[in-house]
Design a protein around this ligand. Sequence first.
Ligand code: NAD
Length: 468
Amino acid sequence: QATVQTAAPAPIDGDSAAEISALVRGLRAAFASGRTKPVAWRRAQLRRLRALLVEERPALEKALKADLGKSPVEAHTTEIGFVVNEIDHTLKHLASWLRPRRVPVPMALAPARARTVREPLGTVLIISPWNYPVNLALAPLVGALAAGNAVVIKPSELSPATSALLADLVPRYLDPEAVAVVEGGVPESTALLEQHFDHIFYTGNGQVARIVMAAAVKHLTPVTLELGGKSPAIVEPGADLAATARRLAWGKFTNAGQTCVAPDYVLAVGGTADALQRELAAAITEMFGEDPKASGDYGRIVNERHFDRLVALLGSGTVVAGGRHDRGDLYIAPTVLGDVTADTPVMAEEIFGPILPVVGVPDLDAAIAFVNERDKPLALYAFTESEETKRRLTTETSSGGLAFGLPIAHLAVPDLPFGGVGESGMGAYHSTASIDTFSHTKSVLDKSLVLDTMRVAYAPITDLKEKI
Ligand code: NAD
């Protein structure tokens, strides 16, 4: 019987490895009992999660403001509303996604039927980061629940207000027998990773991804790794540079640049750099005013460590817009760096903040070579009117996603799978890709015993049988 309990369970002491172990055993028992398998349970959980997002929107917005200075509008479009859309899309299509698929049977096995069925994997772990702490914890949860799994979420300790809120709300809205939140940092993550999960879904950086993958080896647990890296934006002559600059500024300075698919740097092709830099400066002023610090639409850096790391990168080029910063307020202005060369620190690591370097390259060949010499990006962007350029970038480069004319918005197309390749990750989710990730696709063959057509295959193999 599918039930949704609203009473909060006893809080889990995140420090206790024994409690974490007991928690996971409990979830595994809940899964084994079959409670998460009925589609009715899955739908009920998704509706409860939707209710959490809608009813608790003010509290969620407050937590996101506290953790990242996110404006309510941004909190809604990129996090709360985003997950609501994912739920609505999932509820609408779930029946068709879960429907068994018939496949043809070869003549030699006829008469028989063959089909694939989706089955949940079991108990899955979702480890999420701080930059979109609602979205990146709950969007994977949508897929895990829709596929019928028991779930543990481990939110990031670096967004503590959101983490605490999720730990409070999730057990109140969702079935606490089958869905749990474990708060904490490395010790808690480590204790969780020692447990037996049937899938681990990790979003974050590549170093920790290696720890996650190594831990998964012990139980032969499959992993999805949603990572980051430097996502380039190629700008070609002939593109409308004012429109390009506005879209780049929007994609880059949303969440103060702390977005895994933010354009990390610009490759300005064939002398477009100067004009583009002027347009970028104008776009920043248009969006955030003369003093972005006073703009209600502009966020803050998550903590001092990241602030210091980012400020150190400001010396990698000439500041052509922004550059101001205030440690007490964790504020770094939307900044554009010109005269940047490939060997500077800002080009050595993922920036993950509001600094946009512009690197000049002579032509498209050089831009493609620049991209291909580096790790495969999570996203590649190009601003061009040339269909030939689009064709070349599609076939000659490799990246998690590729978008022409608009950064970051490919995530808002529900049926586009989202994931990286190479250093930017493995696996994907959203929509049916989430069902693929959190299900096993089981092959089923069904042949009646009534007519034993298989006798031709059995020994002894006679001449006549060989001819058949
Ligand atoms: P983070 O520091 O919040 O870490 C992510 C999670 O890993 C947290 O829950 C944290 O507690 C856990 N963790 C940290 N150290 C650990 C350890 N030693 N063992 C086990 N777990 C550990 O976030 P972050 O890594 O700074 O996130 C930023 C990175 O994530 C960037 O590279 C960004 O591009 C990437 N990112 C990717 C996506 C995506 O969807 N592909 C989305 C957001 C961020």
